[in-house]
Design a protein around this ligand. Structure first.
Ligand code: GLU
Length: 509
């Protein structure tokens, strides 16, 4: 790596919400910057005003914040290379385009949209469906290369609309080394003369992107594979300006779970999982769901995203953001498309719950439960329930009986396990519990074992009914832990309530 300070950017266009592929690009930029003591900035690329979507920029910033991967320079964040929104830099670009025209590396093109459409149509009729404005066709079109100088000046003086196009040299091999893909070679004969500056006075993505990356001293361009075809033009532009080219790293595509094609915005929800980090509501009121609102913790989401195209080269799969920053290198990013796996995503969330200290989970649970309960009690609730849960919300619903008495009793367990003599048996067991002087996990377990022995009964005939009385459910974590957590008095009261209610149910049946 060169000794230039590492400066990387995430450069989204505010054309809608940030797809998870976009979040992954931001994440890899963030990790790369952290790993190399560099700077991660965000630049909003809004030169295509026709595709501007109100609210998208706020959405992007909010999503990055939720993920915990905020840039340190960007709109609203400060930084010495601003403004960081391209429409606010509008005036800067034209002189660069003009400079290329002056140096014969670009030219004015006056062809109207209709004229170009006609050319395309004609070419199609002649069996050439991919007509391009390029080193061949430009010689017979309306531009400053073909028109006499005075006519060009007149057209400009009359404010005739024009665009500025790149003058691609003929038959030159452009070579650059992509950190992920290795050497890439493209012959300029296969490239068209891209528009750099539009008739509406705005630069195109290509020009603005290069000028800004240069002015913002970007050292590495880390972006999605869909930009790889543009990279040769970008390399040519750096050369044309006489600027150092940043290093490129084009990230592999995110593929649908079946591996069939790119995971697109439209796949969201349709395939049963979100493709956005957070909820997004369109101007028409249509809701696209996000991971945050589905109950994912940002750490699990980030952990999952990191592995879509990268691996640490070890068996470790669970990483905190700090650990990712430490482990991340671009040379472990693969070329092959990364298949998105919704089940694995859930798995990351489960692992997150399992590996997070109960105290931390309790704080989250407390929020879900609107701070109604004592956090130290919630810590035990998390300890008891987290192995069976995927989301914090699951702990709240499935562990509700740990905080409130049951209001119903699982019908299946009642009909299968509650026999004629169960009430008598459970009353006897209750009396045993009442007599205990200490009431913790071990004492309840020991008492239970002695009770079974005395009765000559197996666990299966007694434990499910004990659980039913205390929790209303047929399954769950250790009953002895639950009993110890609730305490003697609460257990006895629940058993009394349960005995009455289940008897009533049985009599109804
Ligand atoms: N504005 C481009 C996008 O929307 C950025 C491409 C790049 O990073 O160069 O993805």
């Amino acid at each position: 790596m060169s000794d230039k300070p590492v400066r990387v950017r995430f450069a989204p266009s505010p054309t809608g919400p940030l797809h998870m592929g976009g979040v992954r690009t931001a994440l890899y930029n963030y990790l790369f910057a952290k790993k190399n003591n560099g700077t991660f900035l965000i630049r909003i690329e809004d030169t295509d005003q026709t595709r501007f979507v109100p609210g998208a920029q706020d959405y992007i910033m909010d999503a990055l914040k939720w993920c915990g991967i905020m840039p340190t320079e960007g709109p609203g964040l400060g930084g010495e290379y601003g403004p960081y929104v391209q429409s606010e830099r509008k005036e800067m670009y034209q002189p660069y385009a003009e400079r290329l025209v002056q140096e014969d590396k670009a030219y004015y093109a006056f062809d109207t949209a209709e004229e170009l459409e006609l050319m395309r149509e004609r070419a199609k009729q002649m069996g050439m469906p991919n007509w391009q404005y390029n080193h061949v066709t430009r010689t017979s079109l309306k531009n400053s290369l073909t028109l006499p100088q005075d006519q060009v000046e007149e057209l400009l003086a009359n404010n005739t609309p024009y665009v500025i196009r790149m003058k691609m040299p003929r038959n030159r091999d452009i070579r650059f080394e992509d950190i992920i893909r290795g050497w890439v070679t493209v012959n300029t004969n296969n490239l068209d003369d891209k528009v750099l500056f539009k008739s509406d006075g705005m630069p195109t993505y290509h020009l603005a992107n290069i000028v800004d990356d240069h002015l913002m001293k970007i050292s590495h361009v880390i972006r999605g594979e869909e930009w790889l075809p543009s990279a040769p033009l970008h390399v040519m532009l750096y050369e044309a300006f006489g600027w150092d080219c940043p290093q490129f790293a084009h990230l592999p595509l995110l593929l649908r779970p079946d591996g069939n094609g790119k995971l697109s915005k439209r796949d969201g929800d349709r395939l049963g999982f979100p493709v956005f980090p957070t909820d997004w509501t369109t101007a028409e009121g249509e809701l696209y769901s996000g991971y945050r609102e589905k109950g994912y913790h940002h750490q699990a989401f980030i952990n999952m995203l990191a592995f879509l195209g990268w691996n640490p080269g070890t068996h470790q799969e669970i990483f905190s953001l700090d650990e990712l920053c430490e482990a991340f290198t671009l040379d472990r990013v693969s070329k092959a498309g990364a298949k998105f796996d919704p089940d694995k995503t859930k798995w990351f969330q489960q692992q997150y719950l399992r590996s997070t200290p109960n105290e931390d989970l309790a704080a989250q649970l407390s929020e879900v439960l609107e701070n109604k309960y004592d956090v130290s009690r919630l810590t035990t609730v998390c300890h008891l329930m987290k192995e069976r849960a995927t989301f914090i919300q699951d702990i709240a619903t499935e562990g509700a009986y740990l905080l409130e008495r049951p209001t119903s009793y699982d019908e299946q367990t009642v009909s299968k396990k509650w026999k004629e003599d169960t009430s008598v048996l459970m009353t006897e067991w209750k009396n045993n519990l009442e007599g205990l002087s200490t009431f913790d996990h071990d004492s309840v377990e020991n008492a239970f074992k002695s009770f079974l022995e005395a009765k000559g009964m197996g666990i299966g005939a007694v434990l499910p009914n004990f659980r039913l009385l205390i929790t209303g459910t047929g399954m769950g974590p250790s009953m002895f832990e639950i009993a110890a957590f609730l305490g003697k008095e609460e257990c006895l009261e629940r058993m009394n309530q349960g005995l009455t209610k289940i008897e009533a149910l049985k009599n109804q049946a």
